[in-house]
Design a protein. Sequence first.
Length: 489
Amino acid sequence: MSAGLAQSRRGFLTSVAAASLVAGAPAWPALAQEKGGGAVLAETLARYAANLKYEDLPEDVVRLVRRTILDTIGCAFGGYDAGPSRIAIKLAGDVSAKQPATVLISGVRTSPDLATFANGVMIRYLDFNDAFVSLTHGAGHPSDTIAALLSSGELQGRSGRDLVTATVLSYEVFCKIADVFDYLGNGIDHSTITGMAAAVGAGRLTGLTEEQMVQAIGITVGGNTATRQGRSDALSNWKAFAAADACRKAIFSVELAQNGMTGPGKVFEGSYGFFKVMGKKPVEAPQLGEPFGIRRAFTKRFPLGQFSQTVAQAAVEARPFAGSPDDIAEVNIRVSHSAIKIMADSPEKWKPQTHETADHSIPYAAGLVLMYGNIAPEYYEDPYLHDARLLDLVSRIKVLPSEEADRTENEFNLCELEVVLKSGARKTNRVEYHRGHFKNPMTDAEMEEKFRLMAQKHLPADRVDKLLGILRGIENEPKLSNLIAATVV
């Protein structure tokens, strides 16, 4: 396809999706319209999924997907040895299937849904995979959906190019629904949106018809809503497996729809639809296509929640001024209300008792950097969780709301970190765009360095090089099974 034709097709897809959703115009065949007019979102999503082609994707979007898949596989290596990952791999190993999928790294062959679950737990465990902040101020991790895409793609013998296209689709669903539905404000966990996105991406790889895709979306949305209690107060293993579980259910929804099972109609906008029951105000139609949502996702420099990325960087910059932690009288951190709501909402964030609470704590993250100069996953475990000197430093950290951070949070996650010494000296470090933000992106070399640090714990150097070679050109890989096999220890 020529560049002109590709651009024309991209413009056509974008304008059709927008017109179908906003105006209820019959831009697609009649499936997307109900009697009486008005677009049905599940049907619009199904049509967009059926019609988007790899050739429609801009070059920069393909590059972003390539980097995202590399980063996501690297995070799976990072989370492979974690307790929750081991539980998920064991459960997967207890089940066989006539049409099995492969668990990354372990090589376990099991049912597609359990392979998806195990892969998802590994990807998510370190809180190191990518992140996205929506226009409604919600936060989430669209790369979690890749766990479902790998299993579906392997099962159907799909190519790397197919994976790239499905990844863009899953990101579009996640990012654009998150942009219009205030799930955070309504107490809904972002993993609920993950499940919706995974169903569309996996459905595309599975080869669902448009009607089957509508049913898969209905089944997923109609029965799988998670609340945010799992990310409030003291956190449990649930944080690490919530998105993996949403992807597991999405895979099953796709299988059900493929075999003729039906789900609720008008599942978003019906009388008891998701938006009406779960929301407190009307929801605008999401705009699919340009500008693609993946352009606003960002990668992480530090293995911790996204609202602490700027906090950790500010602490790195402040540490030379602070000198010894014993010289610090207090630390004042000013961030948005959204950041406080997620990562400084309770006393548990100042005295975390679990890995999950620690890596979702602004004061603990700042304390680690000021104490040790960096952050590594082992700092979220004993003996650090009960280190009296560290906890004493954390107790001197205050997290305060910033009106400027609230005003600018759609653009960047502002952090102003002030260190006050016992001598009375004070200094403030301000960070807007952390390293990895889409306006301050990591280089390809930095992305590969991050990947190597995690993968080299399980693979020899030559195999890490081979795997990186596949990932650098994932769109040219004829079979996804080759990528998965290259990860197996």
